[in-house]
Design a protein around this ligand. Structure first.
Ligand SMILES: *Cc1c(COP(=O)(O)O)cnc(C)c1O
Length: 385
């Protein structure tokens, strides 16, 4: 019998759960067993073993993630970077070339420009907004394109439809890191991207207590990534699988609250005279606003703003805030605040940051699920100095 298709909120809770509950357990138990009884498998990758990503905790998560991102198959990994590195290495070989967006997550930027370069894989970094620029850098050796649905820390949104179409036109594999938007707000496979990647450390788990990653796409492409990860070894431990599985069930609730809180806080900051500029896709003056309105169900929980008075003033405001915790990372239930120049973007030179438009006085907020009124009152007292 064909299974009924439910809305995302329902799928978050029920997709991938065992058809027959194990011993009647409502919550999928943790299978803390490295190996499982041999049952006649002829292929190495089918042996049941934690590193081969096929214990009951893995399979349930794979099903849940593929339903959420509208893919046929999924893979969970030991970190976001494990998903990204395994995915890239599954499809690139020496001599190949890739095109990537110019403002990538720091770890991905280093992996592509340094580690892949050592393997003889070259790249060009291109502005996400202009498909024409990607066309200009395209070569016969180009195999793959790589983008992020919302960039860090200025929350820019590339020409998503244009990039997916560009990849299709040239027969390239298209990969997109959907960590900042998340599947409640945006599902890149529906725009035509081949592989959607996540740092599940962030919104999908949502509680700042594990590192994990994921790749979602077709059976064929994900199958290749699984075989690569089986050899690289970055598999997710069953206990972390359990925590991620539990976290995902409340993703829609958390994300809606974070969308609403961030929109309110962005509006408040935009009207505060100590603030120079606010970057949030939900604001009409943001470069990605129209695109987000067209493709996203919500504008997300991340925002950043420049403060008048330079980095000293920025540090002062951060230290005066009572609710947001000063820490890198994002996507948890608690609000986090950071100055990208000192954390996520400290690896860039001042010239590179200048080029990317990242000012020393920029503050980034991962808005949590606290009461919006409390968050706004806290920012008010911290800014009124
Ligand atoms: C955090 C992050 C990653 C890396 O994820 P880890 O789980 O820390 O390995 C990749 N991409 C983006 C956009 C991120 O925010």
């Amino acid at each position: 019998m064909q299974k009924k298709k439910y809305r995302l909120e329902t799928e978050l809770v029920h997709a991938g759960e065992p058809d027959k509950r194990i011993e009647g357990a409502v919550s999928l138990p943790i299978f803390q067993s490295s190996t499982f009884e041999y049952s006649g498998q002829s292929d190495y990758h089918d042996l049941k073993y934690i590193r081969l990503n096929n214990t009951p905790n893995h399979t349930a998560l794979h099903k849940k993630l593929s339903v959420l991102e509208k893919g046929d198959a999924a893979l969970v990994t030991a970190s976001g970077m494990a998903a990204i590195s395994a995915a890239l290495l599954a499809f690139l070989k020496p001599g190949d070339h890739l095109l990537a967006q110019d403002c990538l997550y720091g770890g991905t930027h280093e992996l592509i420009t340094k580690d892949l370069a050592v393997l003889g894989i070259s790249c060009d970094l291109v502005q996400g907004d202009s498909v024409k620029a990607w066309e200009e850098k395209y070569r016969p050796e180009t195999k793959l394109i790589y983008a992020e649905s919302i960039s860090n820390p200025l929350l820019q949104i590339p020409d998503l439809k244009g990039l997916a179409a560009f990849a299709k036109k040239h027969g390239l594999i298209s990969m997109i890191d959907n960590t900042f938007a998340g599947p409640v707000n945006y599902r890149p496979l529906e725009t035509g991207f081949d592989i959607c990647l996540h740092s599940c450390t962030k919104y999908l788990n949502g509680h700042s207590d594990i590192v994990a990653g994921a790749a979602i796409g077709s059976e064929k492409l994900i199958g290749k990534i699984i075989h690569k990860l089986n050899h690289l070894g970055g598999s997710l431990d069953p206990h972390a699988c359990f925590l991620l599985h539990r976290g995902i069930k409340t993703l829609a609730l958390r994300m809606r609250c974070q969308n609403a809180n961030a929109l309110q806080l962005a509006g408040f900051l935009e009207n505060h005279n100590a603030v120079e500029k606010v970057y949030y896709p939900g604001l009409k003056n943001h470069t990605g606003h129209e695109r987000a309105k067209e493709l996203f169900a919500g504008f997300g929980g991340m925002l950043s703003f420049e403060i008048k008075g330079g980095p000293e003033k920025a540090e002062k405001v951060i230290s005066r805030l009572q609710i947001p915790i000063s820490a890198p990372s994002l996507g948890g239930v608690e609000s986090l605040i950071t100055r990208p120049v000192t954390t996520s973007h400290s690896g860039m030179s001042p010239q590179e940051r200048e080029k990317a438009g990242i000012k020393d006085s920029l503050i980034r907020v991962s808005v949590g699920i606290e009461a919006a009124e409390d968050l706004i009152a806290d920012f008010q007292q911290a800014l009124d100095i």
